[in-house]
Design a binder for this molecule. Structure first.
Ligand code: MLT
Length: 259
């Protein structure tokens, strides 16, 4: 299983590696990347999304195998250390990376995500979405997610952003949807992984997030020893909704990490 990576900016410095949300791909970071022209940034297509093929393993990918695929792609590109920023599913992959490849991480940003495992009902819902995606619905299985991904402010005042997210959802590959839902359903609690990390960190929560709660963010921030940055006027996809605020926060993290 491989993860395709996209380089931006001048190579040679320690990069910022961006890990996208479910069921999107590296394109969700385009606005943030455009606002950080001096950074070396690597945007990842996680397995099953964007230019990355779905896992050939009949069991599908796990968050751990996705993390290993990212680590391998970076190592093959000559990158042995980076600041990682993961939004939602990207955050789950970043936490699996922190568990399995801690030596690669010089800074960590977790946006709109959680370190807790899913309760049983949420797991069941994920498995049902996986079945729907592989059945007759295809990408239609995730179409209604737009209401949860963008906040009320975006729905009311940024119709083009909401329309873009709907387009991305309609393009989501069914195998990617199914594999990622099963992978997320199986993820363990990773608060202890965060407690053991001794790197500069950032935790970002959109005030209108309908999928990850303030408590989810407080608990991660407590383990990392930082305060939560709350972004008003943003929902779950804060990096797409308010990219300027997210870019400033990531640039500050890069500075704190010494890059
Ligand atoms: C995401 O945005 O990546 C998803 O909401 C993650 C999830 O379903 O937990």
């Amino acid at each position: 299983m491989t993860a395709v990576i996209h380089h931006h900016g001048s190579r040679g410095t320690t990069p910022l590696v961006l890990l996208h949300a479910f069921p999107l791909d590296a394109r969700m970071w385009d606005e943030v990347i455009a606002l950080l022209p001096r950074q070396h940034i690597i945007a990842v297509d996680l397995p099953g999304f964007g230019e990355s093929a779905a896992s050939a393993d009949p069991q599908g990918p796990t968050l751990e195998s996705m993390a290993d695929a990212v680590a391998t792609a970076l190592t093959e590109a000559g990158v042995d250390r980076a600041v990682f920023a993961g939004l939602s599913m990207g955050g789950y992959v970043a936490m699996a990376l922190a568990e399995r490849h801690r030596e690669m991480i010089t800074g960590l940003a977790l946006l709109s995500t959680k370190a807790a495992a899913d309760p049983p009902a949420a797991r069941e819902t994920r498995l049902e979405v996986a079945r729907q995606a592989m059945g007759t619905e295809g990408a239609g299985a995730v179409a209604a997610m737009v209401d949860k991904l963008v906040g009320l402010t975006t729905t009311g005042t940024r119709p083009r952003v909401r329309a873009q997210v709907s387009t991305w959802l309609s393009e989501a590959p069914p195998h990617g949807i199914a594999g990622a839902q099963r992978a997320m359903a199986a993820r363990p609690d990773r608060h202890q992984v965060l407690a053991g990390l001794q790197v500069p960190a950032l935790v970002v929560h959109g005030a209108e997030d309908a999928l990850a709660t303030a408590d989810d963010h407080d608990r991660m921030a407590d383990q990392l020893g930082v305060d939560v940055m709350t972004l008003n006027g943003a929902g779950h996809l804060c990096a797409v909704e308010v990219p300027a605020e997210v870019a400033v926060a990531l640039a500050d993290l890069m500075g704190r990490a010494g890059h």
